[in-house]
Write a protein that binds this ligand. Structure first.
Ligand code: ATP
Ligand code: MG
Length: 405
């Protein structure tokens, strides 16, 4: 098996934009395997073929494909000629050592000029295999499906299909800014936007030096992992401790949580605009904590002029947790840390904030100055996967301080 054949689904539906979506998926796949021995990645009559070199480790390539959005499924495949005798012999050779009771052949013609119909091909190839191996044909629920896809000059054949992640190719939906805490929810929220083709830039608010650096390390680890799904990420680390201290001095305790959140969104929005991100994303869920009542969500959201997306809004904690486990962020999220939310958080936060009262309380704060300073002093780190310099497996990280903006 010298190739991997990738099938896509949803992008087929995109009409006139299809070539553009396809081109993006091919480019994304190429980048995803750029450090592995893959000879070529090319679109081929409604599918994409990755030609493996002699040093390619199949599973390693497969793992990259599993992290490439837009892939519906993929298979380790071989190429055969359009001659049914030679093709059946090649399939039989590849099936040596494999046993099963029932099977069927599933044929598709990408080029309809082949003289036999798909059912005829299935009967012809299936008959030869049945004769050679003595297996029973079962069209409904076979143990083994032998897929054969007839192109103009060759046939791809393969036996198993693996599911891809689905979704849309990264970069086809524009950029969003994800607010990433160290919790379980926000990485899942970001991932769901990534799956819809968005490139996600991250911002994390921390309370260093008032609290430890732990939350920043968690944010980095989460971004490192999430970068394996989009290959490049930028993380803004924003110092929030001093801002919280200013709020404590000026705002009555019950209102503080909402005021903190509104400040986070203002800062996030400023970063989003500098980064040309078109929306903000949070991991809010209705009713999960006191700050997430409908009233508070409305008053917090009101401060953002950019669209604010909350992809988890209607999910239960166990549904989100299951997804976090699937993505791999869960073990990182549950590492204990000192989140900035635990700092200066009143014991009895208001659950029904009123916009006019909050706005009145905020008058005591030099908001513009606070926002500007937070953005100016933010540390910026870049993440890449695969990391060209240090080999694959770990996302490369480089830090710099962003001056000016
Ligand atoms: P999570 O599990 O994502 O931390 P949560 O259930 O703890 O969410 P909140 O703490 O109310 O809920 O936070 C709601 C959302 O606000 C988070 O999902 C995240 O998007 C954003 N947020 C909260 N704290 C931070 C932070 N320190 N840095 C960046 N974003 C944050
Ligand atoms: Mg949290």
């Amino acid at each position: 098996m010298s190739s991997i054949v990738v099938h896509y689904q949803e992008i087929v539906l995109k009409g006139k934009n299809r070539p553009w979506f396809m081109g993006r998926l091919v480019r994304n796949l190429r980048a995803a395997v750029s450090d592995l021995d893959v000879r070529s990645v090319r679109a081929l009559m409604g599918r994409i073929e990755l030609v493996l070199g002699p040093d390619a480790v199949r599973e390693e390539v497969g793992d990259r494909i599993r992290r490439t959005f837009g892939v519906a499924n993929f298979s380790y495949a071989s190429r055969g000629p359009l001659d049914l005798d030679v093709l059946a012999a090649a399939i039989l050779r590849d099936l040596e050592g494999r046993d099963c009771a029932t099977f069927r052949v599933s044929a598709r013609r990408a080029d309809k000029r082949f003289p036999l119909t798909s059912p005829q091909i299935e009967r012809e190839v299936g008959g030869r295999i049945k004769q050679a191996r003595g297996w029973t044909v079962d069209l409904d629920d076979p143990e083994l499906v032998i897929h054969a896809e007839f192109l103009t000059n060759e046939v791809f054949y393969f036996f198993d299909k693996e599911r891809g992640p689905g979704g849309l190719p990264t970069g086809t939906a524009g950029r969003v800014l994800g607010l990433l805490s160290g919790g379980i929810d926000s990485p899942v929220a970001a991932w769901r936007m990534m799956k819809r083709g968005c490139a996600v830039t991250f911002v994390h608010f921390h309370s260093y030096p008032v609290l430890s650096r732990a939350s920043q390390d968690k944010a980095r680890e989460l971004v490192t992992l999430l970068t394996t799904w989009q290959r490049h990420s930028r993380l803004y680390l924003v110092a929030f401790g001093e801002i919280q201290q200013q709020v404590v001095l000026a705002v009555p305790a019950p209102m503080r949580v909402v005021v903190y959140r509104r400040l986070m969104l203002r800062i996030a929005e400023r970063i989003a605009r500098a980064r040309r991100a078109q929306a903000l994303v949070t991991g809010d869920v209705v009713g999960q904590v006191a700050s997430q009542t409908l009233e508070n969500l409305a008053v917090v959201g009101n401060v953002a002029a950019l669209p604010l997306f909350r992809p988890l809004i209607g999910m239960d904690k166990d549904e989100i947790t299951a997804q976090a486990i699937g993505i791999g962020t869960y073990p990182i999220s549950i590492i204990p840390d000192q989140d900035c939310c635990t700092l200066f958080t009143p014991r009895h936060p208001q659950t029904r904030a009123r916009l006019d009262a909050i706005e009145a309380a905020e008058v005591a704060l030099p908001i513009e100055e606070m926002v500007e300073r937070a953005v100016r002093d933010a540390a910026v780190e870049e993440f890449d996967f695969p990391a060209s310099a240090e080999g694959f497996g770990e996302a490369r990280r480089s830090a710099k301080r962003e001056g000016g903006r």
